[in-house]
Ligand binder design. Structure first.
Ligand SMILES: C[S@@+](CC[C@H](N)C(=O)[O-])C[C@H]1O[C@@H](n2cnc3c(N)ncnc32)[C@H](O)[C@@H]1O
Length: 242
């Protein structure tokens, strides 16, 4: 194991820091890992490149990423960042956002904002919102989804990829995770402040017209043989809204 991997693993084994605010806890959690964040998450945060492809960003569109971290997702080819009119990267964690600022230092259309994803609003409605493994870390994820809905223009898209567990009795045709998985994964990730939920997907389906929804399981480093469930969701804000 590389020394950088050992530092990331050690930070994770210590669990969620006990700072008094969510932002302070995020910063304490990520500060020792920031330098190695992108590389360490390549083997953990599955489906991000595929989600960007499904989001089908077009030239001239505007994009917000809520919980953008280091801005790594704009490096996927399907992000087409140079062709977008404007991108806002929103995150509460200064050490990760500093990486995003370095990454896009030469880019006039990428803006980084230290702000709460549940509250921040862009200067005008946007074409697309991206949430990649951020809902599970946002305490008020209902508010973050509502906020994404509010910032989208009618007909705009949201793309979400995240870990989850199924409900005990999911709808027909959907993955049903066994009781052990429904107990193990929330406990395992909850130690680090990552809260897997059975309710993200139903709430996204309630708020947006479903364009794509797929359920998967991905390998994790340091846990050979085990696969954690994750989903990819693309939804559209209806053109006529209530
Ligand atoms: C697992 S990381 C994912 C980062 C990035 N989306 C990626 O795919 O690499 C989750 C991110 O959500 C951010 N986050 C958590 N709560 C937040 C909040 N309330 N507002 C904004 N960002 C938040 C964290 O700081 C972290 O950068």
């Amino acid at each position: 194991m590389r020394a950088s991997d050992a530092r990331v693993l050690w930070r994770m084994l210590r669990g969620e820091p006990s700072g008094t605010t969510h932002a302070a806890r995020l910063n304490d959690f990520y500060a020792p890992q920031a330098e190695h964040y992108d590389r360490s998450r390549e083997r953990m945060l599955h489906g991000r490149s595929e989600l960007l492809q499904s989001l089908a960003l077009r030239s001239g569109e505007t994009l917000v990423e809520l919980g953008a971290g280091t801005g790594r997702n704009l490096d996927w080819p399907a992000a087409r960042v140079d062709e977008l009119a404007a991108v806002w990267l929103i995150d509460l964690c200064p050490v990760l956002l500093a990486r995003a600022r370095e990454r896009f230092a030469g880019s006039s259309q990428v803006h980084t904002c230290e702000a709460d994803a549940a509250l921040w609003q862009p200067p005008q409605p946007v074409d697309a919102v991206l949430c990649a493994y951020s809902l599970t870390m946002i305490p008020d994820w209902f508010a973050a989804i509502d906020n994404a809905w509010a910032m989208l223009r009618p007909g705009g898209r949201i793309g979400v990829v995240d870990f989850y567990v199924s409900r005990t009795h999911p709808p027909p045709g959907r993955a049903r995770h066994c009781a052990l998985a429904r107990a193990l994964w929330p406990a395992w990730f909850g130690h680090d402040g990552v809260r897997l939920s059975a309710d993200h997907l139903p709430y996204l389906e309630r708020r947006f017209a479903v364009e794509q929804l797929s359920e998967h399981a991905g390998a994790l480093p340091w846990l050979p043989g085990l696969r954690v469930p994750y989903y990819r969701f693309v939804g559209r804000k209806p053109v006529s809204v209530r």
